[in-house]
Every structure is written in structure tokens, then in C-alpha cells.
Design a protein around this ligand. Structure first.
Ligand code: PLP
Length: 444
């Protein structure tokens, strides 16, 4: 079908097939071609497409109301979802601020942290330390704490880039990720950065507990997250966890931070939180922060669509489905099997230099040479080309450049949490055929 011309320019001038329907883990374009959604969109559609219980909850809410401005009304849906979310978060993190996406959630967290510092008389603190590479959203505030050169550099004069420390990529640096000394080595870089910047000027450390798009399912080395938390406490620096991608069960726990029993000050979520049924995100803050800000006059922030009742009803139904079907457990179980399959492919394809991930957030990284960790030559555009090959064969996977967006290529495999072993077989089969074709294509 001819899909040109279009008024859309998400992909420059490139046109994609037109989506017709999606059910479970599959999607169909208007020409009837079927795709297995091996990346849940952008790690969003965690409970699969067109879940009937969620659609029914949305229909029921639509019959009642689809909008109530947050300064005029509370709604049953937003109250219930806030209570449910708080119950799933660590103790004390029980104040919920709804937004419509990940970037908005990150912006909200940065502003709440800043207002908290002002409220407690620590207005000298304003720097947010984050990691390189990292991705925290596309708005200018979120870009200031993001380190991904192609996305940040063009906007550099418009935003104040914040301090960064290296992401703990033990596999590239030649350290053993299972050794606690490795985790401490990387975490101690945070302390060094806090001291370098001046502890009284540092407001927060923002971190994805398990890396997403920028680092490709990077699981921190043993001891890293616990030590990071300790360092933040020691210096009065707030710990903000970006669980936009990892939240809502994807890594085999409802929150990835549960893997290490963390007690952060703020958590942000989106993506799987409403699983693609509606735009929704949440900033969940410790009551201590929120009470201080409210006592000082209130949070100077908010979006028109925040707490939208339809979005909240969908979010609530998504969490109900996650619990009813034990999808967090399934993500943990299927994640182990998926990673084993990727490791199997690594044994057969020399261009796979690393396999990593937790639960159903997994990735493999291409390398020209496993010994030196050299990336594939940049001109091959492996991250784009491989995704296209798999797409043509009916499998959707997600890719980015690994090394601050400049070179290196990783492929994220993160199917919906309803995935079965049969689906994993299908994914592995297409990956195998795609790797074989790609290896052939790049053979000198
Ligand atoms: N934070 C993380 C970890 C993300 O992966 C993303 C999106 O990919 C964002 C923030 C931004 O979310 P959104 O695209 O919904 O604004």
C-alpha cells in the first residue's frame, strides 16, 4: 500500500508500514503482515496488546468521565491508582504525582527535589549528578541530565548540562561484575564527583537501576546500587531512581530497585505503568519531601492532563492484570530463558560481544572483536541495519548506539510480559536468521 505523502515526520522522510491491529504479542499492518512485538514497542506494552479487561475498564471510565481538571476534582480512578502505586513502592514513598510520560515524570522529580532543598534551607544545592551514557527524556530539563551526544549536543546552549559519572560498564572495562569490588569502584566515582562539585551544591543523583536505551539493559555490578545509596545518604544527596523503563514488572520485580532493597527519595515511572493503553507516568516521592514542600507553600508544578481519569483507570486495570496473571513472575521466569537463548546465539555468532539484562529487559551488543571490545565499524550502522533485517522477517526489536550514542551497537529484546516459551522460540528463530543474514552482509 502506498503510504505517501504524510504530514508526520517522526522518522524524517522515511515512512513506516501502517499499523492495523495488535493483539497479545502480535501486531499486523494494513497489508496483513504480522510482527512479533519483541520490544513491546519501546519497552512499553508490558501486558500485551488489546487486553480485554483493560479495554473494558477504559470503556467503563469513558462512560463516566474522561477529564476532570486536577485543581477542580479528585477522581476515584486517580485516588485508587495513587493508593495502589504507593502500596507497591518502598515504605514512605507514598505521595504520587501523575503525569503523561517519562520526560514529564523526570522533570517533575527534578523540580520537586529543588523545591525540597529550598524548603529545608539548603537552596545552595542545585546540581543533579547522573551518568554517561544515560537517557532520561527529551525535554530540555531531562536532556540536561541525559548523556547521549546526538540528542544533547545540538541543544547545548539552551540547557545547562549537569555533572556526569561513568555508567558501570564492567564488561567494557574488563572487570568482573560479580565482584563487589567492581560495584564499589564505580559507585565511589559518585562520591568523588560529589566532592569535586562541592557537596553543598549537589542536590540529587539520578540513575536508572537497570540501564535502558542508552546502555542496553545494563545490570549494575554487585554492590553498586547499595553503595550508591550509602554515598547519597552520607552527603545529604537525594537519590532519584528513573524506573520509567524498568518499573511495572519488566525486570522480574515490580520495581527494579527491589532487586537491591533500595529506599530512594523519589521514583519515576511511565512506559509499562499504563502499558501503552494511554499516556501515563508517575512521580512517587517520599512523604518527607512532599510535606516539606507543601508546608513551604506548595509544589510549583503540574500539567493540564495530570491525573486524567481515563489514564488512571487504564493504569489501575493494567496493574490488576499484572497481578492477576502474575506477569512479574512470568517476566522473571521467561527472562532467564530468553537470556539463555541469547547466550546460545552468542556462542554461534562471533559478532555478539556481550549478552546482558534482567527479567524481560535483555540485550546483546555487537563487537568486532570480543578481546579488545572494539565496536563494529560505525559506517555499518549495525544498530539500524540489524533491526531492519529482523523487522522484514516479522520481529520487532529495539536498538541504540551503546557508547554515548556515538558508536557501538546494542539490540534490546524485551517482549511483553505475557510471553510464552513458544514465543521465545519464535523470537530466537528470527534472531538467528537475522544474525546469519547480517553476518553474511558484513563479511569483508
Ligand atoms: N527515562 C527513561 C529511562 C526512558 O527510557 C525514557 C524513554 O525512553 C524516558 C525517561 C522518557 O520517557 P518519555 O519518552 O515517555 O518521555
Amino acid at each position: 500500500m502506498n503510504v505517501k505523502p504524510s504530514h508526520l515526520f517522526y522518522q524524517g522522510r522515511e515512512r513506516k508500514p501502517v499499523l492495523d491491529q495488535a493483539r497479545g504479542v502480535y501486531m499486523w499492518d494494513v497489508d496483513g503482515k504480522r510482527y512479533l512485538d519483541g520490544s513491546s514497542g519501546a519497552m512499553v506494552c508490558n501486558i500485551g496488546h488489546s487486553n480485554e479487561n483493560v479495554l473494558e475498564a477504559m470503556r467503563r471510565q469513558m462512560e463516566k468521565s474522561t477529564f476532570g481538571y486536577r485543581l477542580h476534582f479528585e477522581t476515584e480512578a486517580s485516588e485508587k491508582l495513587a493508593a495502589k502505586t504507593a502500596a507497591l513502592c518502598p515504605e514512605g514513598l507514598n505521595r504520587v504525582f501523575f503525569v503523561s510520560g517519562g520526560s514529564e515524570a523526570v522533570e517533575s522529580a527534578l523540580k520537586l527535589a529543588r523545591q525540597y532543598a529550598l524548603a529545608i534551607g539548603e537552596g545552595s544545592r542545585w546540581k543533579i549528578i547522573s551518568r554517561a551514557p544515560s537517557y532520561h527524556g527529551c525535554t530540555l530539563g531531562a536532556l540536561a541530565v541525559t548523556s547521549y551526544a546526538p540528542l544533547t549536543e545540538p541543544f547545548a546552549p539552551l540547557m545547562q548540562a549537569m555533572p556526569k559519572i561513568p555508567a558501570p560498564r564492567a564488561y567494557l572495562d574488563g572487570f568482573d561484575p560479580e565482584d563487589e569490588a567492581t560495584g564499589h569502584h564505580y559507585a565511589d566515582m559518585l562520591e568523588a564527583k560529589i566532592v569535586e562539585e562541592g557537596p553543598d551544591s549537589v542536590l540529587a543523583f539520578l540513575v536508572e537501576p537497570i540501564g535502558g536505551a542508552s546502555t542496553g539493559a545494563l545490570v549494575p555490578p554487585r554492590g553498586y546500587m547499595e553503595r550508591v545509596q550509602e554515598i547519597c545518604r552520607k552527603h545529604g544527596v537525594l537519590l532519584i531512581l528513573d524506573e520509567v523503563m524498568t518499573g511495572a514488572g519488566r525486570t522480574g520485580k515490580f520495581l527494579a530497585s527491589e532487586h537491591w532493597g533500595l529506599a530512594p527519595d523519589i521514583i519515576v515511572m511511565s512506559k509499562g505503568f499504563a502499558a501503552g493503553y494511554v499516556p501515563l507516568g508517575a512521580m512517587v516521592a517520599h512523604e518527607r519531601l512532599v510535606e516539606a514542600v507543601l508546608d513551604a507553600g506548595g509544589f510549583l508544578h503540574g500539567y493540564t492532563y495530570a491525573g486524567n481519569p481515563l489514564a488512571c483507570a487504564a493504569g489501575l486495570a493494567v496493574i490488576d492484570e499484572i497481578e492477576r496473571q502474575d506477569l512479574v513472575g512470568n517476566a522473571a521466569r521467561m527472562g532467564v530463558k530468553l537470556k539463555e537463548r541469547l547466550e546460545g546465539l552468542m556462542q554461534r555468532y562471533a559478532i555478539i560481544g556481550d549478552v546482558r539484562g534482567k527479567g524481560l529487559l535483555t540485550a546483546f551488543e555487537f563487537m568486532a572483536d570480543r578481546g579488545s571490545k572494539a565496536p563494529l565499524p560505525k559506517h555499518l550502522q549495525a544498530f539500524n541495519r540489524f533491526v531492519q533485517i529482523a523487522y522484514d522477517k516479522g520481529l520487532i526489536v529495539y536498538s541504540r548506539r551503546t557508547r554515548d550514542g556515538v558508536e557501538g551497537d546494542h539490540i534490546i529484546v524485551a517482549p511483553p510480559m505475557i510471553v510464552t516459551e513458544t514465543h521465545l522460540d519464535e523470537i530466537t528463530e528470527v534472531l538467528d536468521a537475522s544474525l546469519s543474514q547480517f553476518t553474511e552482509e558484513i563479511r569483508p
